[in-house]
Design a binder for this molecule. Structure first.
Ligand code: SF4
Length: 274
């Protein structure tokens, strides 16, 4: 997508200032629209489709029937690099004071690699710290393109069993694991993010396999287990998407503490919730 000056434009579905769970310090997080995965637990299901779309919204507490739709909501907007940059630059003073910066998240930012690169470059020129939050499902050539402009990678690792990964996310985990191994060799700092989905990703077996996989990898500076929350169920209902997971219970403090201990005992800096 290009505007008249050939500067790439992109489609985002949100931009949030003062975020504190998307990397170090106080940050501005830009949420790109479009994702190659279809995680059943996705807490931003409206981000999956790369196109701008109008969705019916429902008052899910009272009337889930489509005929009782309350209104429509447009998800996504096309934005220029300058537009996004203007928002990011508003909080430079907070980034400087807190060690924060900009985080590019989604959806999957690597699906809009040219736009992402233009944003990263613009932030780099202004010496704004840049974090990329990625599901890892992209070509290595795409990673190579953006890596010189990235200060930190927030890398999601979900399921080690490939058949389970396919079942719950719609894609194989092979490129995700391969890319993580390659990234660990580049020297870029990595925060590993593990969404803890009850009975799916938070099992003893999966966490043990993740621990075994990352043990030899360099540059994993932090492990962030992300507790399950019910936001995805609310969003599915609000937009009328089918709920693709049974109702799940959030993890207890004891369960989270066990996950934390596992990675701390391996010598990792661990931050529950990122
Ligand atoms: S990778 Fe993230 S944004 Fe994409 S479907 Fe999965 S949870 Fe949603």
């Amino acid at each position: 997508m290009c505007n008249r000056t050939m500067e790439p434009t992109g489609v985002i579905f949100d931009l949030r200032r003062y975020t504190v769970h998307d990397g170090p310090g106080i940050r501005t997080t830009v949420f790109f629209k479009g994702c190659p995965l279809r995680c059943r637990w996705c807490h931003n299901p409206e981000s999956m489709n790369p196109a701008i779309e109008t969705l019916l919204t429902f008052n899910h507490r009272r009337c889930p029937a489509p005929s009782e739709a309350e209104n429509r909501e447009t998800i996504g907007r096309e934005v220029s690099v300058d537009e996004v940059l203007r928002e990011i630059e508003k909080d430079t003073i907070f980034y400087d004071q807190s060690g924060g910066g900009a985080t590019f998240s989604g959806g999957e930012p690597l699906m809009q690699a040219d736009f992402l690169l233009a944003l990263l470059s613009a932030c780099a020129e202004r010496e704004i710290h840049r974090a990329l939050d990625t599901c890892g499902y992209a070509s290595w050539a795409t990673f190579e393109k953006i890596l010189p402009r990235v200060n930190l990678i927030l890398y999601d690792l979900k399921l080690m069993d490939d058949a389970e990964h396919l079942r719950y996310t719609g894609v194989s985990n092979t490129p995700i694991l391969n890319n993580l191994e390659k990234l660990a060799e580049t020297g870029v700092p990595i925060f590993l993010r593990i969404p803890l989905i009850p009975g799916v990703t938070d099992t003893e077996k999966n966490l043990e396999q993740i621990a075994g996989f990352i043990r030899p990898l360099k540059n994993i500076q932090r492990v962030d287990p992300l507790p399950y929350n019910l936001l995805s169920e609310d969003k599915n209902q609000r937009f009328g998407f089918p709920n693709r997971l049974e109702h799940l219970e959030v993890q207890s403090a004891e369960e989270l503490s066990r996950v934390e201990d596992r990675f701390v005992s391996m010598g990792y800096n661990v931050k529950i919730g990122g």
